[in-house]
Design a protein around this ligand. Structure first.
Ligand code: ATP
Ligand code: MG
Length: 362
């Protein structure tokens, strides 16, 4: 009897349902052709959940997200819900899943698919073969630290306050994720902080050093975060895994994203403690400007599924199969509008899905 892999699919808003339909076909193909058993449920999140239930994430949906092995999310939000109260906005639904499942590790690969090296903002030789994994701490640091707020001083002047706080255990658990990954990759972790000007940065450096003692086969390098940003655009291939805090990770992962060309290509994973929750989603948003036209690029969502296969279901072979199929389709010259290059065939969302499936069948 093979193990049943449970997956909650949340297509969301905008292009979410269109791109998710293509990922769904791949899951069904894997079930039919690789003898895998999936227990799949589908539900609403974001604006569509707000329209149906008055909240962006119903309690029953959250309960389901807790039960399953992994959540696969499309995207949420759109102009339709801009006037909605802060805690009922579509994005609040996502933040709630992250927080309730304590998804503290955000994994964002920056990979350059060989046929797309020309789409990068850097010279081809700088990004050809690029494969970086950024591990960003997602539930702590300055976005959540107390005290926070805007206050008016007796003088009448106003003051905005945020506080950066990290504890030993928060640093240790994110560092373990980074070292575990590096051990399965090229064996190098770069830890980025500002220990020269921040106490939390100093603690970060010391505690990452402590965790590194458990991983004699992984090389650890410390780098100031500003330098790390510069090195990412100067010589990105020096990096394997970068581990960093919430704020610097936000910035550095956007920089790394641009190295690879298109937003429509980039997957991500948010992981909790081992055996706990996990959510996989494309890096891009709901793209309301192109929603409903059938032209969105489904690859970021399909690669997010591949990450779920690799990291949650431990189906590395199937993950390779999906990723290799994507590469082969790009190699063959097929492009959605966002990664369009002169002389290549421009195709719809579903034709891209067809091609990837056909490639997997080979
Ligand atoms: P959010 O606030 O939800 O992150 P955003 O403002 O960052 O949204 P996106 O929704 O990510 O914006 O879209 C940014 C641009 O990239 C838009 O022009 C959109 O059409 C395009 N885009 C995003 N995702 C895709 C995709 N999968 N395929 C094609 N184009 C995309
Ligand atoms: Mg965005």
């Amino acid at each position: 009897m093979s193990k049943t892999h449970s997956l909650l699919i949340l297509p969301g808003d905008g292009i979410g349902p269109e791109i998710m339909a293509q990922a769904r076909r791949i899951i069904d193909w894997l079930a039919d052709n690789r003898g895998l058993e999936f227990d799949i449920s589908e539900d609403l999140v974001g604006g569509c959940a707000y329209d149906a239930h008055g909240v962006p994430l119903a309690d029953e949906t959250l309960a389901k997200a807790r039960e399953v092995d992994a959540v696969l999310l499309g995207a949420v939000g759109g102009p339709k819900w801009t006037g909605v109260d802060y805690d009922r906005r579509p994005e609040a639904g996502l933040l709630k899943i992250r927080k309730e499942l304590e998804l503290f590790a955000n994994l964002r690969p920056a990979m350059c698919f060989e046929p797309l090296v020309d789409a990068s903002s850097l010279k081809p030789e700088l990004v050809s073969g690029l494969d970086i994994m950024i591990v960003r701490e997602l539930v702590g640091g300055i976005y959540f630290g107390e005290p926070r707020g805007i206050e008016t001083l007796p003088s009448g002047e106003r003051r905005g306050v945020n506080t950066q706080v990290y504890t030993t255990s928060e640093i240790h658990r994110i560092a373990h994720v980074a070292f575990d990954l590096a051990g399965k990759r090229r064996g190098k972790v770069t830890s980025a902080e500002k220990c020269n000007v921040m106490e939390s940065g100093l603690l970060w450096r010391e505690e990452v050093e402590v965790v590194s003692k458990d991983y004699p086969n992984v090389e650890l390098e410390h780098m100031l975060a500003d330098n790390c940003g510069m090195q990412l655009v100067r010589a990105p291939k020096q990096f394997d895994v970068i581990v960093t805090d919430n704020l610097f990770g936000d910035l550095l992962s956007d920089v790394a994203a641009m190295l690879t060309g298109s937003l429509g290509m980039l997957p991500s994973a948010s992981l909790g403690v081992k055996g706990g929750g996990a959510m996989y989603e494309p890096v891009h948003g709901s793209a309301p400007d192109i929603a409903g036209q059938g032209i969105a690029n489904p690859i970021a969502t399909i690669l997010s599924l591949a990450m779920a296969l690799r990291y949650t279901f431990e189906l590395g072979e199937e993950a390779d199969l999906v990723e290799n199929a994507v590469n082969a389709v790009l190699e063959g010259g097929m492009r959605t509008a966002d990664i369009m290059q002169p002389g290549k065939a421009k195709v719809s969302t579903s034709v891209m899905g067809d091609a990837i499936l056909r490639e997997m069948e080979k």
